[in-house]
Design a protein around this ligand. Structure first.
Ligand code: AHR
Length: 495
């Protein structure tokens, strides 16, 4: 393959990378909460009932904003069911996933987990079956000092200090006909506007995320966003977008080029925000919150059949999925000026980088991709000019073989590069026009020969990141050869 050059200049800055793009998502779904992060029966349970092995693995990902309690679950959730003494909490019939929800884990357990893990809490209120007033009450419960009804409930439960939750989502995927309480855009917008006003009346410091289009595939795509933004962009700080992708046609080259449409989705949503901003002559800009993203297409088990902690969408991830996960992160970094929050969906067992089986824990391929980026996330995104060979994806159009992003971290430069070729190594040169690359600080690679290769409980180390020795720094630039089907994360020292 011909050489690819990634041209960079420290003045060509996209913007600071918001650490919150390395967020996660914990939903009451399947075995994400129970048998996932919370399992008092496990031999790994800590005094809070949290699984210490799961938390130790998650700590390596250093996630930031942790969205909770859903997802579709949120649209039928009564938050009052999940507080107070555990033995008095009701077990309810849960409709989003047809499961049995005992409410053993609720707001206070979630906050405790966030504090232990250093996560930023991010709560989705119920705007499906719930009322704006219930949403406002939840803010009072979490954020107000004792002295009024809901704050006193929290204090009575042993938490006199407010939880201080700054980030709130105004419902989940309300444009989706599958959503409990789904309504047309204007009705959602009014509901969200009412909730937002009352929530901000309770605590003026909170930030709000309005529901944008949850897929590009619905007929309401963009028109939903326009209407919602027209109503609510004065009160909401962010609009959400979601994306799940998959290799349904068994065409790896095309699948890896999906970054084209992730870039486009971000740019289209930003265009909707800018359109409404211009129409309303507003100075304030609405930013993007990509609060669900991942690969999800192999496992469609979404019916819990009335069970507690059923096995739902326990997707197994392979090498090509890890490269696509890296593609999402590259795209978020390249759009650091507009994407301020992003949450991988989810964190354990349900479409997740981790799987539990009894007391065992398995690390999946996408875990390593996330970890390689998360370790190098601080700094300012630089606009990479990627000059090299391209190919034509069947549905995704023309894509460069090398997908890349870069972050300037004071005297260091982080570069992420994926080789999408199935069979050819990609010779690569990284240059920084106005600075000298002085040396290599660290380099990791994730690769393999079979795009379908995956870890299993029996063979847990098939796909994992490894130190990468093939980087040479010469005459102020870096040279390397990316193996076929690989993603590399590189950190350079600069002069
Ligand atoms: O992450 C699984 C589900 O996918 C979420 O509950 C929902 O928001 C989306 O459709």
């Amino acid at each position: 393959m011909e050489i690819t050059t990634i041209h960079l200049h420290t003045r060509f800055q996209v913007g600071p990378v918001d650490p919150r793009i390395f967020g996660g998502f914990l939903e009451h779904m399947g075995r994400a909460v129970y048998e996932g992060v919370y399992d008092p029966q496990s031999r790994h349970a800590d005094p809070d009932g949290f699984r210490s092995d799961v938390l130790a693995a998650l700590r390596r990902l250093d996630m930031t904003a942790m969205r909770y309690p859903g997802g579709n679950f949120a649209s039928g959730y009564r938050w009052l069911d999940g507080i107070g003494p555990r033995d008095r909490r009701p077990t309810v019939r849960e409709l989003a996933w047809q499961s049995r929800e005992p409410n053993r884990f609720g707001t206070d357990e979630y906050i405790r987990l966030c504090r232990i893990m250093g996560w930023t809490p991010m709560i989705t209120v119920n705007l499906g079956t719930g009322t704006p007033e219930e949403a406002r009450n939840w803010v009072e419960y979490c954020n107000c000092p004792p002295g009024t009804r809901y704050a006193d409930l929290r204090a009575a439960g042993g938490h006199p200090e407010p939880h201080g939750i700054k980030l709130w989502c105004l419902g989940n995927e309300m444009d989706g006909p599958w959503q409990l309480g789904h309504v047309p855009a204007d009705q959602y917008a009014i509901r969200a506007q009412q909730a937002a006003k009352m929530m901000k009346d309770v605590d003026r410091t909170i930030e709000l995320v309005a529901c944008g289009s949850c897929t590009t595939g619905l007929p309401t795509y963009m028109e939903w966003d326009r209407q919602v933004l027209e109503h609510i962009s004065d009160l909401a700080d962010y609009v959400s977008l979601h994306r799940y992708v998959g290799n349904r046609d068994h065409d790896t080259a095309d699948y890896l080029a999906v970054t084209n449409s992730i870039d486009r989705q971000i740019e289209e949503m930003d265009a909707a925000c800018r359109f409404v901003q211009a129409r309303r002559r507003r100075v304030k800009r609405t930013y993007l919150c990509f609060d669900e993203w991942n690969v999800w297409y192999k496992n469609h088990q979404t019916d819990g059949e009335g069970q507690f902690a059923p096995h739902l969408i326990e997707e197994v991830y392979n090498l090509e999925d890890a490269l696509v996960a890296a593609g999402f992160l590259n795209s978020f970094i390249r759009h650091a000026d507009v994407v301020k929050i992003a949450n991988i969906a989810q964190i354990v067992n349900v479409i997740a980088p981790l799987l539990t089986r009894g007391d065992e824990l398995l690390i999946q391929s996408i875990f390593y991709a996330f970890e390689m980026f998360s370790r190098r996330r601080n700094g300012i995104s630089l606009r990479p000019i990627v000059d090299g060979p391209t190919y034509e994806g069947k549905t995704q159009g023309r894509a460069a073989f090398v997908d890349a992003s870069a972050i300037l971290d004071a005297g260091r430069l982080h570069v992420f590069a994926t080789n999408r070729s199935l069979d050819a190594a990609a010779p690569l040169c990284v240059t920084l026009a106005d600075r000298t690359i002085a040396g290599l600080e660290s380099a990791e690679i994730l690769t393999g020969s079979d795009p379908k290769a995956a870890n299993s409980f029996e063979q847990p180390d098939v796909i994992r990141s490894e130190p990468f020795a093939g980087v040479r720094v010469k005459d102020g630039a870096a040279e390397l050869a990316l193996p076929p089907l690989s993603v590399a994360a590189l950190t350079f020292r600069l002069f």
